[in-house]
Design a binder for this molecule. Structure first.
Ligand code: URP
Ligand code: ZN
Ligand code: ZN
Length: 471
């Protein structure tokens, strides 16, 4: 199959230019710039099975979301989207690759968790997918397994200073895992909140009668995110390795990352759409606030502009969703009467690309090139997929969006494709939407309609990202 995309404005992290893009099979075969004033490029007459007119549109790399949780067991239930529903929803929103977290069950081998997640994805995911490993135990056996997983294309490991009794790791375990990545080239990703202290504060709040979802936001102090962020960066410096902070939510934690980067530490961080667009106020509407419970929690609104500044200054390198959806009815309701029992997480995988375009580019906070960089290019670079993915270049996978920067749409649970009964962005009007979503040369979504084959996605064996060691 040969597809020619004509007359678009190609936008990459490095710049924008008018060009035609020729896709042959699964890869980009040619990119020919249109000379100023010229009506057509040399590709105009090339034989193609399909020619797409992208006049007035951007041609951009498909989005890469490096933080999703499909089917994750949490708080006595499971994140609702499967690999099939979740990746289809992601595709509708302009994402073409996801990296999900395969969870290790406490006391069980890492491999068992990874195999279970590979089986869930294979034949079901419509998007190319990779995995990070979520580690519950750091011990002699799992350290050896880490080496094996790095060699098999699963080179990153999430550890937690939160969730005592579930995923929490003490500092010595974190340090041992970090040391191991010094040898095997892997990357440690940290959920950085001081979980044990948060649990004390949360118990005090419940004892004093605060049981509504707002208690979740009140208990998880931003300073306890900052403390844990600073601590794990120092641990990484002691171990002599880079570290990546997931779902950074607050100005306070950003200060810790910025200070570390200013002194030359190899500290990297993502934030998420919910922290850029939602706030602590959303947690405050009685039990309705349960829809917005995630960890770290939403912060006061005035943190948002600091996070945007972090994205502009590259103290935050990318935006991922931490997509972890639970129905309000029947799942979030498990926490009625005690906010500690509300499953943590919210749906966002479908909305990330458009929200960032609207709030970022249309909102005048970032350039369209930086938009591409934080939603596709940097995720590919930091997670070992570049330049195969995350850019528009000859030989790269043809993971492309024909993107209309002017189309407006209203986000709603009534029209979204995620398998969850509410939207945290309900009623928000966003400017910018994908007219066409292509994955490895196959069109998946056209004008909002699914046209792709089932189970199109393939496992992406990722290289340890030397980018984080050279940065
Ligand atoms: O609330 C969240 N973030 N749920 C998913 C699990 C995690 O910590 O990423
Ligand atoms: Zn986390
Ligand atoms: Zn997460």
């Amino acid at each position: 199959m040969r597809t020619l995309i004509r007359n678009g404005l190609v936008v990459t992290a490095d710049g924008s230019f008018e060009a035609d893009v020729l896709v042959e099979g699964e890869q980009i075969e040619a990119i020919v710039r249109r000379a100023p004033g010229a009506a057509a490029t040399a590709l105009a007459g090339v034989a193609a099975d399909e020619t797409i007119d992208a006049t007035g549109k951007y041609v951009v790399p498909g989005g890469i979301d490096v933080h999703t949780h499909f089917e994750l067991p949490f708080g006595g239930t499971f994140a609702k989207d499967t690999f099939e529903t979740g990746t289809k929803a992601a595709a509708h929103g302009g994402t073409t690759t996801v990296v999900d977290f395969a969870p290790q069950s406490k006391g069980r081998p890492l491999r068992e968790g990874l195999d279970a997640w590979l089986a869930k994805a294979e034949g079901h995911s419509v998007l190319d997918y990779g995995f990070h490993m979520m580690m519950a135990d750091v011990n002699d056996a799992t350290l050896v397994e880490m080496d094996e997983l790095v060699a098999e294309g699963v080179p990153d490991f999430k550890l937690f200073t939160a969730y005592p009794g579930v995923f929490f790791s003490p500092d010595d375990h974190i340090y041992r895992a970090m040391r191991r990545t010094r040898e095997n080239g892997g990357l440690i990703m940290m959920h950085a909140e001081n979980g044990p202290v948060i649990d004390v504060i949360a118990a005090d709040l419940v004892a004093a009668g605060t049981t509504d979802p707002i208690g979740h936001g009140l208990a998880r102090y931003a300073v306890l995110e900052k403390e844990a962020t600073s601590r794990v960066i120092h641990l990484a410096e002691a171990a002599g390795v880079p570290v990546y902070i997931v779902h950074l939510s607050s100005r306070d934690a950003l200060e810790a990352v910025t200070e570390a980067r200013d002194r030359g530490a190899l500290a990297f961080a993502e934030t998420c759409p919910q922290y850029l667009f939602l706030s602590l106020d959303d947690l405050g509407n009685g039990f309705e606030g349960a829809k917005f419970v995630c960890s770290p929690p939403l912060r006061p609104r005035d943190h948002q502009e600091d996070l945007w500044r972090g994205l502009r200054r590259d103290d935050l390198q990318l935006v991922a969703t931490d997509h972890c959806p639970f129905d309000f009815h029947g799942q979030k309701e498990l926490g009625r009467g005690d906010f500690r029992k509300i499953p943590n997480g919210l749906p966002a995988v479908e909305d990330r690309v458009d929200l960032l375009h609207d709030g970022g580019v249309v909102g005048g906070r970032i350039s369209r090139e930086r938009w591409v960089e934080i939603m596709a290019t940097n995720p590919a670079k930091l997670f070992g997929m570049y330049p195969r993915k995350g850019t528009i270049a000859v030989g790269s996978d043809a993971d492309l969006l024909v993107y209309d920067p002017n189309r407006r749409r209203t986000i709603s649970a009534a029209t979204h494709h995620m398998d969850v009964d509410y939207s945290v962005f309900e009623g928000r009007v966003v400017q910018g939407a994908s007219d066409l979503v292509m994955s490895r040369g196959t069109i998946l979504v056209r004008d909002g309609a699914w046209v792709g084959p089932a189970g199109h996605g393939r496992f992406v064996r990722r290289a340890p990202a030397d980018y984080v060691r050279r940065a």
